[in-house]
Design a protein around this ligand. Structure first.
Ligand code: PEP
Length: 225
C-alpha cells in the first residue's frame, strides 16, 4: 500500500536541492516537501508543506508568516509543534493547538508533531505523554494529521523498536480512527521498509535523510511500492 513521505528540510536545502527534487519527484502525489518558506512556490511539480506558521491570524508580528499567507500559495500542509519549535522557540501545547486551528480555518492540513523525551521514554511514560499532548494539541475540527516523533529519535540515528512504534500507533488509531498517522525519527533507507510495514503507520516524516537525494529516493520507492 502506498505510504506518505513527508520531507522536513528544516533550515537546510538550496535552490539546487529544490531542482533535484523537481527532477526526481515530478508529479509525485504521496511526497510532501516541507521546505523553508523561500523555496515554497506554486509549481505544479511538487506538493509543498510549510514548516511553521504564526499562532495569530494577522497583525504586528514582524518577521512572522500567517496561515492565510501560506494558503494563498496553494500550500496544503504545514508542520506544527515540531519538537525543535517546542525546544528552541518555547512552543507549548496551547500554541500548537492554535496553529493547528488556524491551518484548518485556512484550508491547510496541520501535521501535528508529538512525542516523548528520552527521560519520559526511560520512565515508561510514552503513552501518558502522548495522551496529554493529544488532549491539549488537537483542534476541535477534524482535518489534521499526527506525526509521532519521539524527541530522542530525531536526528540521533536511534529509533524505538518496531513493537514500540506499533503499540503507540495502535493507541493513536484507537483514538483517531481516520487520521493519517506518521512516524518520524531517524527514518532512513535501511529502516524505512520495516517502519512502513507497521500496522497503522501511514507514512513517515523524514528530516536528515530528506537532504540526501539518494536516500529520500530510496525511501520514496519503498513508500510507493
Ligand atoms: C524531523 O525533524 O522531523 C525528523 C524526523 O528528523 P530526522 O529524520 O533527522 O530524525
Amino acid at each position: 500500500m502506498q505510504k506518505w513521505v513527508v520531507a522536513n528540510w528544516k533550515m537546510n536545502g538550496s535552490k539546487n536541492l529544490l531542482e533535484e527534487y523537481k527532477n526526481a519527484f515530478k508529479k509525485s502525489n504521496n511526497l510532501i516537501v516541507c521546505a523553508p518558506f523561500t523555496y515554497l512556490n506554486e509549481t505544479a511539480e511538487l506538493v509543498f508543506g510549510a514548516q511553521n506558521i504564526y499562532h495569530e491570524a494577522k497583525g504586528a508580528f514582524t518577521g512572522e508568516i500567517s496561515a492565510q499567507m501560506v494558503s494563498e500559495f496553494n500550500i496544503k500542509y504545514c508542520l506544527v509543534g515540531h519538537s525543535e519549535r517546542r525546544q528552541y522557540f518555547g512552543e507549548r501545547n496551547d500554541i500548537v493547538r492554535k496553529k493547528a486551528e488556524l491551518c484548518i480555518e485556512n484550508g491547510i492540513i496541520p501535521i501535528i508533531c508529538m512525542g516523548e523525551t528520552l527521560e519520559q521514554y526511560e520512565a515508561g511514560k510514552t503513552q501518558e505523554v502522548l495522551e496529554l499532548q493529544l488532549r491539549e494539541c488537537i483542534p476541535g475540527k477534524n482535518n489534521f494529521w499526527i506525526a509521532y516523533e519521539p524527541v530522542w529519535a530525531i536526528g540521533t540515528g536511534k529509533t524505538p523498536t518496531i513493537e514500540e512504534i506499533r503499540s503507540v500507533h495502535l493507541m493513536l488509531r484507537e483514538k483517531l480512527e481516520k487520521t493519517v498517522l506518521l512516524y518520524g525519527g531517524s527514518v532512513n533507507a535501511s529502516n524505512a521498509e520495516a517502519i512502513f510495514g507497521i500496522a497503522n503507520v501511514d507514512g513517515a516524516l523524514i528530516g536528515g535523510a530528506s537532504l540526501d537525494l539518494a536516500a529520500i529516493s530510496a525511501i520514496y520507492s519503498l513508500a510507493s511500492g
